[in-house]
Design a protein around this ligand. Structure first.
Ligand SMILES: [Zn+2]
Ligand SMILES: [Zn+2]
Ligand SMILES: [Zn+2]
Length: 320
C-alpha cells in the first residue's frame, strides 16, 4: 500500500537513517526518511524547492504538530552536537532589536558542551532540549513552540533556570534560533545599527554643548537646540533619563538645568532654562522638541528613555 493513495498531511522534517533530521528542502530522493515523532515512512514531494515537503500518512495517530515539534527538538540538539564536533557552526540566538527591528544574533555560550532532548530539570519540569555544561549541569533550556506558548505556571516553576522559547516553524537553519522569549543567560540585544546611532547622538550632544561654551554633560544627557519662547534666541535643551517624569538630573547637571518654579503648574521641578535669558522651558514642550529632531527608530528608543512613565499627562500627549 503506497502512501500516495492514503489520506496524508504535510510535514517539513524527516528523520534520515543516519539519525539526522533533514528539512524537505535539503532532502534527497534516494533516502528513506521517516517521521521524527512516530517513525512512519515519509514520502518526499520534491516539486519546486520552496514547496517541498514530506507526505505523512494520516491514519497513524501522529499529527503535523507532533512531527514538527519532535523534529525541531532533534534538529536544535543536533546543531549543538555538530558544533561541538567541529562539523557545524556555533548556534546563535536571533532576536529583533526592540528599536529598529534588525535581526541581532548572539552566539550560544561557550559553556555549553552538549544537548539532551527531554531534559528533566531539578524543579521537575521538562525542557524540550537541555543545553548542558561540561559537568553535565544545566546551562539553559530550549522550549520549542508549535502551537502553545510556555504558560506562566511553567515559567514561574522554572524559577532561576535560563531558557529560550523558539518557534518551530521559524527555524530554517538548525543553528540559527529565532527566539520569541529569552529568560536569563543571553545578554541583552546589542544592535550595531542602534549603537551607531547612539554614538551619533552622543557626538551631537557634545557639539551642541560646546557651541554654547558648556562642558560635555556626560553620557546620560542628550542635547538638542530650540528657540527660546521669550527671547527668541536658540538655546540648548538637555534631556536625561526620566526627565518627562520629573526625575532628578544626574549630577553634575549642565548649568542651564536646575529646579525652577513654574507659574503655569504652580510647582517646582528640575527644568531646562534658556542659556541667554533664563526663561523656563516648559515640560509640555519637551516631547515635541525631541521628536522634531528624531525619527523612528531613535524616537521609539528616546521616548522610552525620557518619557518612561505610562501615566497619561501633558508630556505624554504627543506620543500617545
Ligand atoms: Zn509521525
Ligand atoms: Zn537596532
Ligand atoms: Zn531666552
Amino acid at each position: 500500500m503506497s502512501a500516495q493513495s492514503q489520506p496524508s498531511f504535510k510535514v517539513p522534517l524527516g528523520l534520515a537513517p543516519n539519525g539526522a533530521v533533514v528539512h524537505a528542502r535539503d532532502a534527497d530522493k534516494g533516502t528513506p526518511y521517516v517521521c521524527p515523532a512516530c517513525s512512519t515512512p515519509l514520502v518526499l514531494r520534491a516539486g519546486e524547492i520552496r514547496r517541498r515537503h514530506f507526505a505523512h500518512r494520516a491514519d497513524t495517530g501522529c499529527s503535523p504538530e507532533t512531527a514538527l515539534h519532535d523534529g525541531t527538538k532533534r534538529r536544535l540538539a543536533a546543531a549543538v552536537t555538530d558544533w561541538r564536533a567541529g562539523i557545524g557552526p556555533q548556534p546563535v540566538v536571533r532576536r529583533q532589536c526592540p528599536w529598529c527591528d534588525a535581526a541581532v544574533d548572539t552566539p550560544l555560550s561557550d559553556h555549553v558542551s552538549s544537548a539532551q532532548i527531554e531534559y528533566r530539570t531539578s524543579v521537575g519540569r521538562v525542557f524540550d532540549v537541555g543545553l548542558l555544561d561540561a559537568d553535565a549541569g544545566i546551562h539553559m533550556g530550549l522550549e520549542v513552540l508549535v502551537s502553545h506558548r510556555v504558560d506562566e505556571a511553567k515559567a514561574i516553576a522554572l524559577g532561576d533556570l535560563a531558557w529560550i522559547e523558539i518557534e518551530a516553524a521559524s527555524v530554517i537553519e538548525p543553528a540559527v534560533w529565532p527566539a520569541l522569549r529569552v529568560v536569563g543567560h543571553v545578554s541583552s540585544v546589542d544592535c550595531p545599527a542602534c549603537a551607531e546611532r547612539r554614538a551619533g547622538r552622543r557626538e551631537q550632544t557634545i557639539a551642541i554643548a560646546a557651541a554654547y561654551g558648556l562642558p560635555d554633560p556626560g553620557p546620560d544627557y542628550l542635547a538638542v537646540e530650540r528657540s527660546c519662547w521669550k527671547c527668541g534666541l536658540k538655546s540648548p535643551v538637555f534631556f536625561w533619563p526620566g526627565i518627562g517624569d520629573r526625575r532628578e538630573p544626574p549630577a553634575p547637571s549642565p548649568r542651564t538645568v536646575m529646579v525652577r518654579y513654574s507659574n503655569t503648574i504652580q510647582d517646582s521641578y528640575p527644568s531646562n532654562g534658556c542659556i541667554h535669558c533664563g526663561a523656563l522651558v516648559g515640560e509640555w514642550f519637551l516631547p515635541e522638541t525631541l521628536f522634531e529632531n528624531y525619527d523612528e527608530p531613535d524616537a521609539i528608543e528616546l521616548n522610552e528613555l525620557y518619557f518612561p512613565d505610562p501615566t497619561p499627562g501633558p508630556v505624554r500627549a504627543l506620543r500617545n
